[in-house]
Design a protein around this ligand. Structure first.
Ligand SMILES: [Zn+2]
Length: 313
């Protein structure tokens, strides 16, 4: 009996879509593509590239003059708005980097000139009550400030992950690989024992047909889910959702629950995969609703959500 050994070196997401070379990204705010036009699996990486590069502020001495008053963009505006204000010489217009990196709906784009189209009402550019102040907003939950915070969070999360990954020593990596190999060996060994028993079984009762095997797996899966469901009980829980393609290019949604069990231990349990027709936010939401309601888990008890690779959520 031959067992395929999974290729653990290549993440699935990297084999399933055409990765954009980050060096080829267009940094001119007047001509660049919107983040959501890229493949969902690479959006965060592209966001990071734009944040690291910083706002596009070309060091021009003179800016194009326009209108009957011959007004133009002023270089001094960069000083007061250094963390976000951008200028495109191509379209002679101003843009906002954080709002470009993190806006979550077409409605925001239509309302916000600083994302698409560009701002060029230079009369309202400078001064205390200028249009730029209006864009930043008075309150901490203005669209611009929320976008700025999301940029910070994304970079912190990335640096944190980098630190965790860098923290692994060569010895730890070798140990982890050894454990994985041992696990594969044990599974193969046990499978051979089953094969021996099957050889001795009556010819009409080997239970090796794909339908029977699927049924057995289904019973296992149902029992494991039931045990997890009982462990969560009526308590609060978090969901973690990852989106990925499978080998047949079908979109899949992976759901993991994180909760505290009756003894006070934090548990993180893989709950299952479900096929979704696409990775649009509404489809994923419906998939999650359906999975939770199948197992009578109350949405009101969700206390945290994390979406990895499904960042459109
Ligand atoms: Zn903004």
């Amino acid at each position: 009996m031959n067992f395929p050994i999974p290729n653990v070196d290549v993440p699935i997401s990297q084999t399933q879509f055409q990765r954009i070379d980050l060096d080829s990204l267009d940094y001119d705010p007047g001509t660049r593509k919107q983040i959501l036009e890229y493949h969902v699996n690479q959006c965060d990486e592209i966001r990071q590239a734009y944040i690291i590069k910083g706002p596009h502020q070309p060091p021009l001495k003179t800016f194009k003059k326009s209108g009957k008053h011959n007004r133009s963009f002023q270089a001094s505006w960069f000083e007061n708005n250094s963390t976000w204000l951008e200028y495109s010489p191509t379209t002679d217009a101003a843009y906002c980097l954080p709002c470009f990196v993190f806006h979550n709906s077409n409605r925001v784009v239509r309302q916000n000139k600083f994302i698409v189209g560009g701002f060029r009402n230079w009369k309202k550019g400078g001064g205390r009550d200028c249009y730029f102040q209006g864009h930043i907003g008075k309150y901490p939950n203005s669209a611009h400030r929320v976008a700025e915070q999301m940029c910070k969070d994304l970079m912190n999360q990335w640096q944190h992950l980098q630190r965790v990954v860098d923290h692994f020593t060569i010895e730890q990596i070798a140990n982890n690989r050894l454990q994985l190999k041992a696990t594969i060996f044990i599974v193969r060994y046990l499978a051979f024992q089953v094969a021996e028993i099957i050889e001795k079984a009556p010819k009409n009762a080997t239970y090796t047909s794909p339908r029977i095997q699927k049924e057995i797996l289904h019973v296992f899966s149902a029992k494991v889910k039931k045990a997890i469901r009982e462990e969560i009980g009526d308590e609060k829980f978090c969901i973690m959702v990852e989106e990925a393609h499978d080998e047949s290019m079908k979109e899949q949604m992976t759901v993991v629950f994180r909760y505290v069990d009756a003894e006070g231990f934090v548990k993180e349990r893989f709950f299952g995969l479900s096929h979704v027709v696409d990775t649009a936010a509404l489809t994923l939401k419906n998939g999650i609703y359906s999975l939770l309601s199948q197992h009578c888990l109350d949405i009101q008890n969700i206390r945290g959500q994390r979406y990895d690779g499904a960042s459109n959520m």
